[in-house]
Design a protein. Structure first.
Length: 408
């Protein structure tokens, strides 16, 4: 960027830079190290949470020059926030890494890849109409087999017809006791629409009227995770206006990354944001009546287990299914390497982390792995396909919905 010298350490102090108070919270105890996926892979201090915090603190104080080479250590963080969940000092690592990446984008030399990423997030993902057109073209590419020319990390799962919101009458339960708004999101309607249908079915069974604000857009999580806090703030303003619906009990989100972002970033909604499984467990879902005879493993989504602290509720709902067999992965709460766009931007590290996860899944031997986030689902599907495994990956809402007859 003109006028900024990346060798000048005083420049790591822009409007979105991590706060001194946040950075100083770390006492360098090292309890986070073995929970960090990149440290587990490399054993390098520079690829650990405390190493990255030390690096950003040094830039902030002017003890180290800011260089693109050092910035790579920040790029390689998945933002999974596992470290945050185990930190005894309460370091707000998620907020710090997002601010740090915003500074990186402000200071380092431009690149074609980063420019294209920002344009895709702002000009396509943030506009539902353009996103649907893009998905239509992508489906045609898949039908023709042209997507096979892409690297595996850039291929999408088979795209179906875009999900469409139910009619207002169909979205209300027979005796609705609560009224909730549903975040449609950007990726879910195009790739995993069946998870949306299942989620709405479960909410109706729990006595909810489900409304779909027409002007809602992408929540901005991907922008924030990739250093575009300005773009994330713009989408927040649009969505806060869209979700200003009277009489809501909650805004329900069935994508862990979106839910964590909205809980952290949206402060003026006036109504609580709830993960789908957190909310169903809270308000009570009727006991399922249909047997679901399948061997299942649950993989924690990082932004559900670590960022939102929702770990017990999905497992409790899963265990309510008649005749289900639940098996535990060895490390269900260690990141799979998906991390939003990480698998496309940092493919080599993502693949190393995914390989460890695949070993865990295959050794455990479930028929189905259930998840609560589309990025996790895509990553696990990609890994299992590469291993030629017949294990399926489903959103937890889809499996839960199999325990109930379809509503009248």
């Amino acid at each position: 960027m003109p006028g900024l010298d990346i060798r000048d350490p005083t420049t790591f102090q822009g409007p979105d830079a991590p706060a001194d108070d946040d950075l100083s919270t770390c006492v360098h105890c090292g309890l986070c190290l073995n929970y960090c996926p990149t440290f587990r892979m490399t054993g390098l201090e520079s690829e650990s949470p405390r190493g990255r915090l030390y690096l950003m603190s040094s830039w902030q104080r002017g003890d180290l020059p800011f260089t693109p080479e050092l910035a790579r250590h920040i790029d390689l963080c998945l933002g999974c926030r596992t470290c945050e969940a185990v930190c005894p000092s309460g370091v707000p690592y998620g907020r710090i890494i997002e601010g740090g990446r915003a500074e990186l984008e402000r200071l380092r030399p431009p690149s074609a890849k980063r420019w294209l990423l920002r344009r895709a997030l702002r000009d396509v993902l943030a506009h539902p109409g353009r996103l649907r057109v893009t998905a239509t073209l992508a489906r045609a590419t898949q039908r023709l087999g042209l997507d096979r020319a892409l690297p595996p990390a850039f291929r999408l799962p088979p795209l179906q017809a875009p999900w469409r919101r139910p009619r207002a009458r169909a979205s209300a339960g027979p005796a609705a006791q609560r009224r909730v708004a549903f975040l449609e999101g950007c990726v879910m309607p195009l790739v995993y629409g069946r998870a949306h249908d299942a989620s709405i079915k479960l909410l109706r069974l729990a006595g909810c009227e489900v409304v779909f604000p027409a002007d809602q857009r992408c929540c901005g999580a991907l922008n924030a995770h990739n250093g575009d806090l300005e773009g994330a703030r713009h989408l927040r303003a649009v969505n806060q206006a869209a979700f200003g619906v009277d009489g809501l009990d909650a805004i329900v989100v069935n994508s862990a990354g979106c839910g964590a972002h909205m809980k952290d970033f949206y402060k003026d909604l006036g109504v609580p944001v709830k993960d789908l499984f957190e909310y169903l467990d809270e308000i009570g879902l009727p006991a399922p009546s249909r047997p679901v005879k399948v061997r299942v493993a649950y993989q924690d989504a990082c932004h559900l287990a670590h960022a939102q602290g929702v770990k017990v509720q999905p497992r409790r709902l899963l265990a309510s299914l008649p005749q289900v067999e639940i098996v535990s992965l060895q490390h269900p709460d260690i990141c799979c390497g998906g991390a939003g766009l990480y698998s496309s931007l940092e493919t080599a590290m993502s693949d190393r982390i995914l390989a460890e996860k695949m070993d865990d899944v295959l050794e455990t031997g479930p028929a189905i792995v259930v998840v609560a986030n589309p990025g996790c689902q895509m990553q696990l599907e990609r890994g299992l396909a590469a291993r030629r495994s017949k294990i399926r990956v489903l959103h937890l809402a889809e499996l839960l919905a199999q325990g109930y007859p379809d509503p009248d």
